[in-house]
Design a protein around this ligand. Structure first.
Ligand SMILES: Nc1ncnc2c1ncn2[C@@H]1O[C@H](COP(=O)(O)OP(=O)(O)OP(=O)(O)O)[C@@H](O)[C@H]1O
Ligand SMILES: [Mg+2]
Length: 397
């Protein structure tokens, strides 16, 4: 693992100066040192580690990519900027009394209670830090052994070999969320064929996973059962005519539907199909909303939610989610920003497929020591040669 990126906030003040001197004296391991100060001092040059560093203005946007912040500013500036550093995923050591009464901020005086740092939350990468005890919060997802074995043998029977298994929404998150979003808090709602899978991230780690047993299948099944038509015909009707907004459909529009056990087709109002789909859509959105509330993702601010999966393309469903989940910032997610990939794959149905390849690619890069396991996600990176790599990743038997 590489050394942390360290910022000194208030680098040009008296305390900041001492911090820099102590870091230099102790040869503190840092990949990069970023001096931050007030606008007045921005642009000045300071020397550290035998190199000149230009001082940048400390603003709420200054903390992306920073692992550790030594904050040597006064309480008012600390109150303003430190939460942004923490939200961006940094650990902050602050000299002021601004945070003294916060339950989750330990007051540590190295000569008195150095051990109190042990229980401190939120350290994703403890390499290079000193502590007497290490506790880990982990999120365990289990799956039925027989399901996993059946899946494995289905893939093997198709002439492929399984290198590794990954939870679907985790794979989707690889294609849809940036590491910044995982840090700040975001959820993926993957509305697939059989299920809707939800995964929420915060602080760069998984916060919550859940599966709702409703997906595109249920919408099709409702049409098939209600109009007594085959599942295949119902699927075609759904893809061609369904919308969760019956009000937007011409009252008089009718569709010919083949009914089981009858040779002649039957006329069905398109609006009736849409009404059916609307009710199932409302039920699904309510279940998703309940799960997102349970996840705690939107406790302090509007939850960032990415809707994906084939069934998220159902016309009207996205607008319905926006209307009935006003506490969420929702967008439709599909794989993008990937060099060398066909535009056809830029659709919600391919988020998991593309995400699985990115997941495998990232694991390969970690194994080769090219990137860190806890490092940036693969989304947003220019993956030249991605397509060429795919053949290697899906090794044939
Ligand atoms: N344009 C569309 N409108 C409505 N539904 C659609 C559309 N495109 C695809 N679907 C539905 O999406 C579903 C398939 O989605 P997806 O490919 O994400 O599922 P999956 O990953 O195979 O299933 P799961 O995640 O449950 O294992 C099907 O029910 C299909 O009918
Ligand atoms: Mg899926």
């Amino acid at each position: 693992m590489t050394d942390p990126v360290v910022a000194v906030l208030g680098a040009t003040g008296a305390v900041g100066n001492v911090v820099l001197n102590v870091l230099a004296e102790r040869n503190f391991p840092c990949r990069e040192l970023i001096p931050l100060a007030s606008r007045r001092s921005a642009g000045k040059s300071i020397s550290f580690g035998g190199r000149d560093h230009i001082v940048r203005e400390g603003t709420p946007e200054s903390f992306g990519g920073i692992d550790l912040v030594f904050s040597a500013v006064d309480s008012s500036v600390s109150r303003e900027l430190v939460p942004h550093a923490v939200n961006a995923g940094a650990i902050v050591i602050d000299k002021t009394s601004a945070w003294r009464y916060e339950d989750d901020v330990p007051l540590v005086i190295p000569e008195v209670n150095p051990g109190d740092i042990d229980g401190h939350n939120g350290i994703n990468n403890p390499v290079g830090m000193h502590a007497a005890g290490l506790e880990v919060k982990s999120h365990l997802v289990t799956a039925g052994d027989s399901f996993v074995r059946n899946l494995d043998s289905a893939v093997v029977t198709a002439g492929l070999k399984v290198k590794q298994m990954v939870l679907e929404p985790l794979a989707s998150s690889e294609a849809l969320l940036t590491s910044k979003e995982k840090e700040r808090g975001a959820a993926i709602v993957d509305i697939g064929g059989g299920t809707t899978d939800i995964v929420a991230f915060k602080g760069g780690s998984i916060l919550y996973t859940s599966v709702v047993p409703v997906g595109g299948f249920q919408f099709t099944n409702d049409i098939s059962m209600t109009f007594n038509t085959s599942f295949e015909e119902a699927e075609q009707l759904k893809l061609k005519y369904a919308s969760t907004e019956p009000a937007s459909i011409d009252m008089r529009e009718q569709i010919d539907v083949s009914v089981l056990g009858r040779s002649a087709k039957v006329n069905v109002y398109r609006r009736d199909i849409c009404q059916l789909v609307r009710e199932r859509g409302m039920e699904l959105i309510r279940l998703i909303d309940l799960k997102l509330q349970e996840s705690g993702i939107g406790q302090n601010h509007k939850a960032q939610v990415v809707m994906t999966g084939g069934a998220s393309s159902l016309p009207g469903l996205f607008e319905m989610a926006q209307q009935y989940m006003p506490n969420c910032n929702i967008r439709i997610g599909f794989p993008d920003h990937l060099a060398g990939m066909s535009e056809e794959l830029e659709a919600p149905a391919y988020s998991t497929g593309v995400g699985m390849l990115l997941w495998a690619l990232r694991n390969e890069r970690v194994a080769e020591g090219l990137i860190e396991k806890t490092g940036t996600g693969t989304r947003g990176s220019a993956f030249g040669g991605l397509v060429n790599k795919i053949g290697n990743l899906i090794g044939t038997k």
